[in-house]
Design a protein around this ligand. Structure first.
Ligand code: OGA
Ligand code: CA
Ligand code: FE2
Length: 502
């Protein structure tokens, strides 16, 4: 081959056609070299070569320092018999344990949704294959028909009846007035707290959110206008409260007005009764089988499932509902999880339930209504403000279930599973998945029975690990005392109902 004329400054277009070689392909053709030309060529090649080497060195240094102390997780799952093929394993790494010297030995496999409508076969019990259908990707949500047999549904309902169910939500909580007095907040300060979007006015939405979160009272925009009229709170009638208008209101006028008017159970965030059924050692075989099945379904380490909340059985009468909510709270650095509070710093100011996964069982087929609604499932974006617009409140499951993006029909024996948190990309719990917003639509005919199996995992890995360590130590001590192996029951670990509005 003839070397190109590298140094010809002349116009490329004028380059003469290259002379064709005589047919002697195997013989080397002596190169015609001009001394200037070959030196420059050599220089260019050397410059490129050096730049290349420097690039490689810089790249190696970058990789080295990034993987050094701190970030890398050598995660593996010793607890888990690896059966499933579609686990999300974090990339294997042979680096040193992380900065704190704490090595993760648990990771959380996640099921794969593939696409909406995708059906995968799952093996949960001997001699039967279940089908699991993807219902949405945001949140990651599945439906498994026939997860429980008819007989199992009957047993769970009867056990709950035997135990007795309590009202899921009490009426207007008392003591709010005292709290305000103790804090001694000025009307301006309260106004500022309520003004979520900080535009100097209180929109109907801001008051509604406040009364739902703090008091569990589900006011509609119409209710609120009525209350404003009763209190003459909004003389210009524009539906907004200015600071002036707010100042002229007595701080507890609102509360007093509600108490005088009375709040019906249909005006609460939820209108149902529930109880808790322990699923550990000594529990009814059906309850223990269900836990085992849930462990297989979720593919999570059994220790995590074992230390989760007991089964919550819920009954809705005709007219019962549960407005849209998240089963779990958002992750803030100052938030502690209810289930790991044993291992938490007691000074953490906020506590929330950390329910990584919800597995919801339908224990009967409802005659009318009672669907589980996911108002924003698979929406392109999540905007809290657009949930209540033009008086259409997508969170209202008494009125607007028909406008929800997704509704699951309550069918006896079916289970639905969804993730309330995203993955952190490294095999642990990440951000709360806001799309997991859901609620129980009003039951228009008959009764509705469901059960919740929540899998509690602390987004703070170390706190979860510490908690598990504490529990196993306590289990060993108890075993020494009693001469047998035992663990504290989840009922001892979880106080009454931690499923509060979040
Ligand atoms: C719940 C819940 C939905 C339903 O109990 O937390 O969201 O359909 N239930 O009952
Ligand atoms: Ca505002
Ligand atoms: Fe829920």
């Amino acid at each position: 081959m003839i070397e190109p004329q590298c140094c010809d400054d002349g116009d490329e277009h004028e380059t003469l056609p290259l002379p064709t070689l005589p047919p002697m392909p195997r013989e080397r053709v002596p190169l015609q070299k001009s001394s200037i030309c070959s030196r420059s060529y050599f220089m260019v090649v050397m410059v490129f070569f050096h730049v290349y080497i420097i690039n490689v060195i810089v790249l190696l240094l970058y990789v080295h320092y990034n993987n050094g102390p701190g970030d890398v997780l050598a995660t593996q799952n010793r607890d888990q018999a690896s059966g499933g093929s579609n686990h999300h394993k974090p990339p294997e790494s042979h680096q040193q344990p992380s900065y704190s010297g704490f090595q993760r030995d648990m990771y959380l496999p996640r099921l794969e949704g593939i696409r909406v409508g995708h059906v995968q076969k799952v093996s949960l019990v001997p001699d039967k294959v279940h089908e699991m259908r993807t219902l949405s990707l945001k949140p990651l949500l599945f439906e498994i028909p026939g997860f429980l047999s008819e007989e199992e549904c009957r047993v769970v309902v009867q056990l709950a009846q035997l135990k007795g169910l309590m009202e899921s939500q009490v009426m207007v909580p008392e003591g709010q007035e005292e709290l305000t007095e103790q804090l001694n907040l000025s009307p301006d300060e309260i106004f500022n707290l309520l003004d979520l979007n900080q535009d100097g006015q209180l929109q109907l939405q801001e008051i509604l959110t406040h009364s739902r979160v703090r008091d569990g009272i589900w006011l509609t925009p119409e209710n609120l206008r009525e209350i404003y009229a009763g209190l003459k709170a909004d003389p210009d009638g524009n539906g907004l409260l200015s600071l002036e208008e707010f100042r002229s209101l007595d701080s507890n006028a609102f509360q007093r007005f509600l108490q005088q008017r009375g709040v019906k159970s249909t005006q609460l965030v939820r209108n149902s009764r529930h109880t808790w059924l322990y699923q550990g050692k000594g529990a009814h075989q059906v309850l223990r089988d269900l836990k085992k099945r849930v462990t297989r379904l979720t593919r999570l380490p059994s220790a995590l499932v074992d230390l989760s909340e007991p089964l919550q059985v819920v009954r809705y009468e005709q007219g019962g509902h549960y407005h849209a909510h998240h089963d779990s709270g958002p992750v803030y650095p100052e938030t502690a999880c209810t289930h790991t509070r044993l291992a938490a710093n007691t000074s953490t100011p906020f506590e929330t339930s950390c329910r990584y996964i919800t597995v919801l069982f339908y224990l009967n087929s409802v005659e009318g209504g009672g669907e589980t609604a996911f108002p924003v499932a698979d929406n392109r974006t999540y905007e809290e403000v657009s949930l209540i617009q033009n008086d259409v409140d997508l969170m209202d499951t008494r009125k607007n279930c028909d406008k929800s993006n997704l509704r699951v029909n309550p069918t006896k024996g079916t289970a639905v599973l969804w993730y309330n948190y995203l993955s952190d990309g490294q095999g642990w719990v990440g951000e709360q998945d806001e799309y997991s917003l859901h609620g129980g639509c009003v039951v228009t005919r008959g009764t509705k029975w469901v059960a919740n199996n929540w899998i509690n995992i602390d987004p703070d890995y170390q706190r979860q690990a510490r908690y598990q360590q504490l529990v196993s130590q306590q289990g060993e001590e108890d075993a020494e005392d009693e001469g047998e192996q035992s663990q504290p029951s989840p009922e001892q670990l979880h106080t009454a109902d931690s499923h509060r509005e979040l």
